[in-house]
Design a protein around this ligand. Structure first.
Ligand code: UDP
Length: 236
């Protein structure tokens, strides 16, 4: 039995890259979709916020001399591309996916309308939120916190390469230990990187728990929704 009825899954753009240097790796996206399908079959309502870092990041554009807001809009458009690829892969694997964008691009993708998103979720469709929050100077982590709060998700599941929050960087420090769970306050006091500061504050204020886990561990997403010890739970 799943312990969550409605989840918000945050996938970074890099999760779609596989071992490629950038872009979308077909085999990788199919593998992720298979993990999502497993939890949909358990009856869990799934909404996804997808990043864009595998294609473009506003910060990089800004650093290269572009106006930051323009670069951020490019980054948001990158997330739309990822969302389309993800939605397509979901539909190919027999899920019913709906992509909704925070920026209106009517010919390409339907706009985000909250009641519509809720209706899709109740119908068992997977909703993929594209274009982040629709605003520059934010990230898709913040979009995950925002949409998670808006749709009444019980938890934000932040899929990363590392299987949780560690006391230090596990790649650099052999003594680094994974936290099973930690409060927002303690994570902040220990300066642990969970999400960016805006996303972190929003989740904490809304008392929306976050679980950081690895999407690359087969079955990890299913174990998370079944309440097994996987990754790190960040709670109020
Ligand atoms: N972005 C933005 N506003 C948002 C979400 C994203 O401006 O609400 C832009 C920003 O430039 C960011 C890029 O889109 O660098 C890609 O998103 P993000 O870096 O969060 O993707 P991820 O790291 O998850 O792949």
């Amino acid at each position: 039995m799943p312990v969550h009825q409605r989840i918000l899954l945050k996938l970074s753009g890099e999760a779609l890259m596989g071992d490629d240097a950038f872009g979308i790796n077909r085999a990788t996206i199919d593998r992720i979709v298979a993990e999502v399908a497993e939890v949909v079959q358990l009856g869990v309502q799934v909404a996804v916020v997808i990043g864009g870092g595998n294609i473009f990041r506003g910060v990089a554009g800004g650093a290269a001399g572009m106006e930051r807001a323009t670069a951020d809009y490019m980054g948001m458009l990158a997330t739309v591309m990822n969302a389309l690829a993800l939605g397509d892969a979901m539909n190919r694997q027999g899920l019913k996916a709906r992509v909704m964008s925070a920026i209106n691009i009517d010919q390409v993708v339907e706009p985000y309308v909250r009641p519509k998103a809720l209706q899709y979720l109740e119908e068992g469709k997977v909703v993929v939120f594209a274009a982040g929050t629709g605003n520059p100077f934010f990230t898709t982590d913040t979009a995950a916190a925002l949409r998670g709060a808006e749709i009444g998700a019980e938890i934000v599941l932040k899929a990363t390469k590392v299987d949780g929050v560690y006391s230090a960087d596990p790649k650099k420090d052999p003594h680094a230990v994974r936290y099973q769970s930690i409060s927002f306050d303690e994570a902040m006091a220990r300066q642990l990187q969970v999400m960016d500061a805006t996303a972190f504050a929003l989740c904490r204020d809304q008392e929306l728990p976050v679980r950081v886990f690895s999407i690359f561990k087969p079955g990890a997403l299913r174990r998370v929704v079944q309440g097994e010890d996987e990754g790190t739970l960040v709670h109020v």
